[in-house]
Design a protein around this ligand. Structure first.
Ligand code: NAP
Length: 518
């Protein structure tokens, strides 16, 4: 049995204590063990601060960007091997695996390029210099500097490559060393990525460390200048935010958590139009891609009451074409959920929805998967639930069912009413709306904007080129208010701010210009 070692303080170390067993979620075949005990995590954090931090801070932005570009190239070079690993260990179809790995490589490459444009400096100007004295000689200039700590990146099970890359790219370009902790259940892909990068010697010593297995006492050793960037459930986020060490030291925390993302169909859109087809394709893709285990997936679908039956029938037709089974097979379009616990949670979530809604497609998710013996694997089929009264349907807005499940609700076509229903999700990563009516869009977007990190405007002009709302692009902010964790990642250069300290420099204008540039 393969034992997944952690990479700490420059060495691979397997740890000890009870083993977590990583399994293939389609066949339940054991794949690897991880042991989280007996690891010197205080020493690993010190190694990052003492070795990785100074090495990265000695480089300029462009040089740090070149490191990211190298990591991206290494993913491309091992793409087929990594895809096979993601299929076996994460319940991913080949398409799901490519989505994660290509997303990771594209994000790292994007930040490589962006950092190249920031140039060779080591401080980043924030705005223009301002006169603060009697003459222009005495000036002020805001600037960003790397935080002199370690970025601890804790990720969820669903994107073992992309989830890491989003955070890692920003931290490295900003000049902070990283200790990453993937979710144990799907850590095989992250482990192999780090192994490839370490073997190729792509980063300075201490710039990237890997902890496989439970977090242990990791958080107990954080300090004020460190950053804790977390992606996962609201429950874990709450406990990390309230962790006595985090509170006492004032550790900066960023949270990317649950989100009941909504898709709204406006009354001007006929289902047969380009905008209507885009809406149907986006909803069906988001429900089934990665078996619905995407933080950005559409969970709530709001449609004008007059179109409710038509939409449910059209989505049912698309879902009927989704073959479920062993994702290693070419004829399978959707694999299992990633873990037994996920399958239990999703079934409980479907039961909660079933008590408050009527079936639209897939009833309660029972399915006979292709290519695995009956009763094996963590399979749940696509489930569409329906309600005529979304305002009264608390189950639809309050519980994220992290699987191939969505609820369609009717509304009266009014943009303000649609935005009020979106707001019942209490803060989301992304809301999407489908309309070619600018007046309707204008009224919806202003009301919905404060509740969402991103708003995706689906329309006929972009239908042919749109990746859909479920793709987190490095150019655009990822993160949302309220339930979504109130975090912010990515967004081009904005994504660096989490890992940098803003400092106001005050002095001779020519000194400031030399230090920070334009
Ligand atoms: P989770 O159970 O909260 O776990 C997330 C990560 O936290 C894992 O690496 C986990 O490690 C670790 N963890 C758990 N307890 C911890 C503790 N006390 N101290 C430090 N680390 C701890 O969430 P999940 O089940 O993996 O992920 C599903 C959730 O993530 C969903 O709710 C989804 O919405 C959310 N998500 C959000 C985004 C976003 O960008 N907003 C993206 C993806 C997923 P172990 O695996 O070792 O327990």
């Amino acid at each position: 049995m393969k034992i997944l070692a952690s990479h700490l303080a420059g060495a691979w170390t397997p740890g000890d204590g009870p083993a977590a067993v990583l399994v293939n979620p389609a066949t339940e075949e054991p794949l690897a063990h991880a042991h989280g005990r007996g690891l010197d995590l205080a020493g690993a954090l010190a190694y990052a601060r003492d070795r990785g931090g100074p090495a990265l801070r000695a480089l300029g932005f462009a040089e740090r960007g070149a490191l990211c570009a190298g990591l991206a190239r290494a993913i491309h070079a091992a793409r087929e091997e990594l895809i096979a690993l993601a299929v076996a260990s994460g319940g991913n179809t080949r398409g799901d695996a490519k989505f994660d790995l290509d997303g990771a490589a594209a994000t790292l490459a994007h930040y490589g390029e962006l950092a190249g444009k920031l140039g060779g400096g080591r401080l980043l100007a924030d705005g223009e210099p301002v006169q603060v004295g009697r003459t222009a000689r005495l000036a002020g200039q805001h600037a960003w500097a790397p935080r002199p700590g370690v970025a601890v990146l804790i990720n969820a099970f669903n994107f073992p490559a992309w989830g890491l890359a989003e955070k890692l790219a920003c931290a490295l370009v900003a000049g902070m060393p990283v200790l990453c902790k993937p979710a144990t259940a799907t850590a095989l892909v992250t482990h192999r990525l780090v192994e490839l990068w370490v073997e190729a010697g792509l980063l300075p010593a201490g710039a990237l460390q890997l902890l496989v297995g439970p977090a242990g006492d990791l958080v107990d050793h954080l300090r004020g200048p460190d950053v804790l960037a977390f992606t996962g459930s609201s429950d874990t986020a709450r406990s990390l935010r309230a962790h006595p060490r985090v509170v006492a030291e004032g550790v900066r925390v960023n949270v990317e958590a649950d989100s009941l993302n909504a898709a709204v169909l406006a009354p001007d859109v006929e289902l047969g139009s380009e905008s209507g087809q885009l809406f149907l394709a986006d909803v069906a893709r988001d429900m089934t891609q990665k078996t619905g285990q995407k933080c950005t997936a559409i969970r709530r679908v709001l449609v004008p009451a007059a179109r409710l039956d038509e939409v449910v029938a059209a989505l049912g037709e698309r879902l009927a074409a989704i073959t479920v089974g062993d994702p290693a097979r070419d004829d399978v379009r959707m694999g299992p959920l990633a873990t037994a616990a996920q399958a239990r949670d999703v079934r409980a979530g479907i039961d909660r929805l079933a008590a408050a809604t009527r079936p639209g497609w897939g009833d309660t998710g029972a399915v006979t998967p292709l290519g695995v013996p009956a009763g094996t694997g963590f399979f749940v089929g696509p489930v569409l639930r329906v309600t005529d009264e979304p305002r009264a349907c608390a189950a639809m807005h309050a519980h994220e069912v992290f699987g191939p499940v969505a609820t369609v609700g009717a509304y009266d076509g009014d943009p303000h009413a649609a935005a009020a229903l979106v707001a019942l999700g209490q803060g989301g990563l992304v809301a999407s709306c489908y309309s070619d009516d600018r007046d309707w869009l204008g009224r919806f977007v202003v009301d919905a904007a404060g509740w969402n990190g991103r708003i995706y405007l689906g329309s006929e002009k972009i239908a042919a080129m749109s990746p859909g709302p479920g793709t987190a692009l490095p150019q655009l902010q990822h993160g949302g208010p309220g339930r979504a964790g109130d975090g912010a990642e990515l967004g081009g250069a904005r994504g660096l701010a989490l890992y940098m300290q803003r400092v106001a420099l005050q002095g001779d204008a020519s000194h400031l210009k030399a230090l920070v540039g334009g």
